[in-house]
Write a protein that binds this ligand. Structure first.
Ligand SMILES: [Zn+2]
Length: 257
């Protein structure tokens, strides 16, 4: 963990080195996290304030938007967050006050969404790049499905995913290869299929629609899938229309001008 407890967390011996601080406050998972404990975490080299909410360390999305992602608009960040399936938690007035005192928010801010560190890393990575394909066994394929129109199922082969348009998904029904963007518009009317009207074609929509078939996949597999989905998702500055508010809950960012 790159977490540095701040003075606000209270009671730290100022003479102790970072190593001995860790001995004083060992990181042993959520059980050691106190509600509303303020810390600082380094994201892409930038210190970001974090707060423990419901036993989980969450970072201030407004601060990330105003620092690491300051070259991107509110809509771009919002759409990308929804496309990545990242839900943010709204902080309470007390938590907001803590964030203000920690310097994460201007006094005038009235709301702030909080996301987990891993989500923050995924969001920043999707904009700032530095993507490298996750380590996967050779000939590995993700078993993926979508529910658009009659739905379909296929094998997403990461080794073939070398550009956004690579034909890296082999349909399990007809054995043809498709790019992710095309695959979500390819479906088969199987006996058990039910029809779902596809929503408007969105540049990044396959990332929302294409899911691992096994909903109980291991964390490692789910994380590898997230990492693969983050690839070829950063370079575009194309603006997309806001995606309907049904996914990801509402989230408000305060942009400091
Ligand atoms: Zn097919």
């Amino acid at each position: 963990m790159e977490t540095i407890s701040s003075q606000l967390a209270g009671g730290l011996d100022t003479s102790s080195s970072p190593n001995s601080q860790q001995e004083l406050q060992p990181y042993t998972g959520s059980s050691s996290l106190k509600p509303n404990q303020v810390s600082e975490t380094i994201l892409y080299g930038v210190p970001i304030v974090s707060l423990v909410i419901d036993g989980q360390e969450r970072l201030c999305l407004a601060q990330i938007s105003n620092t690491l992602l300051k070259n991107y608009s509110y809509n771009e960040i919002h759409n990308r967050r929804v496309a990545l399936g990242i839900t943010c938690v709204q902080c309470t007035p007390v938590q907001l006050e803590i964030l203000r005192r920690a310097g994460a928010m201007p006094i005038s801010s009235r709301r702030c969404g909080m996301i987990t560190k891993r989500e923050a890393e995924r969001l920043c990575k999707s904009f700032l790049g530095a993507h490298s394909p996750p380590k996967l066994p050779e000939n590995f394929a993700f078993d993926v499905s979508h529910q658009c129109a009659w739905g379909s199922r296929g094998n997403f082969i990461p080794a073939r995913y070398n550009s956004s348009r690579a034909k890296c998904i082999k349909c399990s029904y007809c054995n043809m290869y498709f790019s992710p963007n095309k695959f979500i518009f390819h479906s088969h009317r199987t006996p058990e299929a039910k029809y779902t009207q596809p929503d408007a074609a969105n540049f990044n929509s396959w990332r929302r629609h294409l899911k691992l078939t096994d909903k109980n996949s291991s964390d490692d597999l789910a994380h590898a899938w997230e990492d693969v989905k983050a690839m070829f998702n950063g370079g575009s500055r194309k603006r997309t229309l806001p995606i309907g508010g049904s996914e990801g809950g509402s989230c408000f960012l305060i942009i400091i001008m």
